[in-house]
Write a protein that binds this ligand. Structure first.
Ligand code: 5GP
Length: 194
């Protein structure tokens, strides 16, 4: 997605050899007009799937999933990372290793909001080693729901998540695939657009 790539080149910064910081439009401040184009693009790429809900993970996934959900006209469910008295006792749960925090955390979804009738699109901000996506897929499996696809705003092509999901024959769409950072310079892997 050209608009997104230009935004990454203009405003993205690198932290060490593996982390891309895009706080000015995705992870701290949110560029809503860009988010709207991202939502439209995910809809264009997944519109042939029957999707009943979009599943994401708090916090950064919520804005992406919410705006995309307008175009799919479906609800958003976000997996909770933080234990709260508000959360239903009956939950689906998986354990996810966080690449940025270097620690495991539990993600939970109330059994009320996922069922075996659901056809799910998973959306998230980044795809790195795929741990968050695999954790959400585990939750879908517990619910007996059907996975229709996974969408990432930014995939880091030098980490293994994309390969793992493609090897599982999952329909994966990444709107920008970052190749590597050379001396802080960001380059992309070109994709065939359908
Ligand atoms: P994964 O689970 O695929 O290893 O990592 C994906 C999750 O880690 C995303 O939800 C995102 O929050 C975080 N993440 C991974 N790499 C980056 C990165 O380079 N920049 C930012 N901002 N977040 C990242």
């Amino acid at each position: 997605m050209e608009l997104l790539k230009q935004k990454i080149l203009k405003e993205g910064t690198t932290v060490g050899p593996e982390i891309l910081k895009v706080d000015s439009f995705l992870n701290h401040q949110i560029d809503i007009r860009l988010m709207q184009e991202i939502g439209k693009e995910f809809h264009r790429r997944f519109k042939d799937h029957k999707i009943t809900k979009i599943l994401t993970i708090e916090a950064s996934g919520i804005s992406i999933a919410s705006i995309a959900a307008i175009y799919f006209d479906v609800p958003v469910v976000f997996a909770k990372k933080v234990q709260s008295k508000n959360l239903d006792a009956e939950t689906y749960k998986s354990s996810v290793y966080s690449f940025t925090k270097e620690a495991y955390y539990d993600v939970k979804v109330s059994k009320r909001y996922l069922s075996s009738d659901d056809h799910i699109l998973i959306l998230d901000d980044f795809l790195a080693n795929g741990r968050a996506a695999l954790g959400l897929i585990e939750i879908l499996d517990q619910a007996g729901a059907t996975l229709e696809g996974v969408g990432a705003v930014i995939e880091k092509g030098f980490q293994e998540g994309g390969q793992i999901l493609r090897d599982m024959n999952i329909h994966l769409e990444s709107l920008a695939i970052v190749n590597r950072f050379e001396d802080g310079k960001i380059t992309f892997i070109e994709q065939n657009q359908t």
